[in-house]
Write a protein that binds this ligand. Structure first.
Ligand SMILES: [Mn+2]
Length: 391
């Protein structure tokens, strides 16, 4: 499979899009910085073609949300920076009722519905954890829609800041072209959007706060606006407020953990934040666990770090989820990363997939993963994870 094959599939998806009339578009996107950049590129590109899209930000592919979304008929549903890992389930629920276009870089599952176009470049020999982000995939689609969308290339690269290896593979190609076209400027160690005058790193970290911490209060919409128009005073104020609240919550938990320590099994150290992060998106628990993984006075380097928090049942723009939910995030220390690489212990995502089989929706990578479970299954998850970790 090659880039040419990808281009062919993109062309097929675009002609299917152009044949759909009248067009009612729903754009489902992830809540992190890459998800917001993905949404911004796709939204702008569609608007330039005269299409309007209803934006819908999801922290996670909740089966009941997907089900209700695909019950409709004759719509066009985009999934950006989300969706590939559930393309099998999406196909099943869609059963050719709607045109579905997925632009993502997470590990894909096969799509069985011919009207589901999964344009994830992993299908064409590229690596979603190194060569391209969700936003890169969206940008390449946008460029195929129209050459004038080349001015959006900076967003592909801002979204790609979540990739630790820097701009390599497809991203390097996008970067070189963006510099050549004057869309992006490299100034010493910083790379900037010429139009917005903001560095990639700076915009990226602001988007992470808006999407994750601000999930329940319009943060994602503001983030998409920031992607296209820059950081306005209104957005700056919102970020400051969100940051303040998250810091306060983190401080409360940290103080509690120093007082009470984490709870432990043989292979896992864990804590329950319960409702300390109420009002904030669930990504904050993962961000806090990452921070914890460096706190050597608090954590043991040889045990998985697991944090749990309660999930608010509302999905903004959709409705209420059934039953109480909790989210658990896992992170590992540097020492454990080595053991994972050597195959001596289960990866973070393997641990959670196995531990939550039958009651949870898990995803993630080798060193970082999360799962959403019924709120009364917290202890069961820990017990099962302990068993999985005992190899
Ligand atoms: Mn992403």
């Amino acid at each position: 499979m090659s880039y040419e094959e990808f281009e062919k599939k993109v062309e097929a998806a675009i002609s299917a899009l152009r044949q759909t009339k009248p067009v009612k578009i729903v754009l489902v996107h992830h809540d992190d910085a890459d998800g917001l950049c993905s949404a911004a590129v796709t939204k702008a590109a569609l608007e330039r073609e005269g299409y309007g899209a209803r934006m819908f930000c999801l922290e996670k592919v909740y089966p009941e949300v997907v089900e209700s979304l695909h019950q409709g008929e004759g719509q066009v549903i985009f999934y950006v920076d989300i969706g590939s890992s559930h393309a099998d389930f999406i196909s099943e629920r869609n059963s050719s009722r709607n045109l579905v276009i997925i632009l993502d870089h997470h590990d894909p599952m096969p799509a069985s519905d011919p009207r589901v176009y999964d344009l994830n470049l992993e299908h064409y020999g590229f690596r979603g954890e190194n060569d391209f982000s969700g936003a890169t995939c969206c940008y390449l689609f946008a460029k195929a829609l129209s050459e004038r969308n080349k001015d959006l290339s900076y967003l592909a690269l801002v979204g790609s800041c979540e990739i630790p290896s820097g701009f390599i593979g497809l991203n390097k190609v996008v970067l070189d072209e963006a510099v050549e076209n004057g869309v992006v400027r490299v100034e010493g160690k910083k790379t900037k959007s010429v139009k917005l005058g903001i560095s990639f790193g700076n915009l990226f970290s602001k988007l992470q706060i808006l999407g994750a911490t601000g999930y329940y209060e319009g943060g994602p919409e503001l983030g998409i606006k920031a992607c296209l128009e820059g950081i306005t005073d209104e957005i700056r104020r919102k970020i400051r407020e969100l940051e303040g609240r998250r810091k306060e919550a983190n401080k409360r938990i940290l103080a509690r953990l120093y007082r009470e320590r984490l709870r432990e099994t043989d292979h896992i150290q864990w804590f329950d934040a319960v409702d300390v992060y109420r009002g904030m998106g669930t990504k904050v628990i993962g961000q806090f666990c990452s921070f914890l993984s460096y706190q050597r006075r608090l954590i043991k380097p040889n045990k998985y770090i697991l944090g749990v928090m309660n999930v608010q049942p509302e999905v903004p723009g959709w409705g209420r989820l059934e039953g109480g939910l909790a989210k658990a995030s896992v992170r590992v220390s540097r020492d454990m990363k080595t053991l994972i690489d050597q195959g001596k212990i289960p990866s973070a995502v393997d641990l959670l997939i196995k531990a939550s089989r039958g009651f949870g929706v898990a995803d993630g990578h080798k060193y970082a993963a999360n799962v959403v479970i019924p709120v009364d299954k917290k202890e069961v998850l820990i017990e099962k994870a302990e068993k999985v970790a005992t190899v």
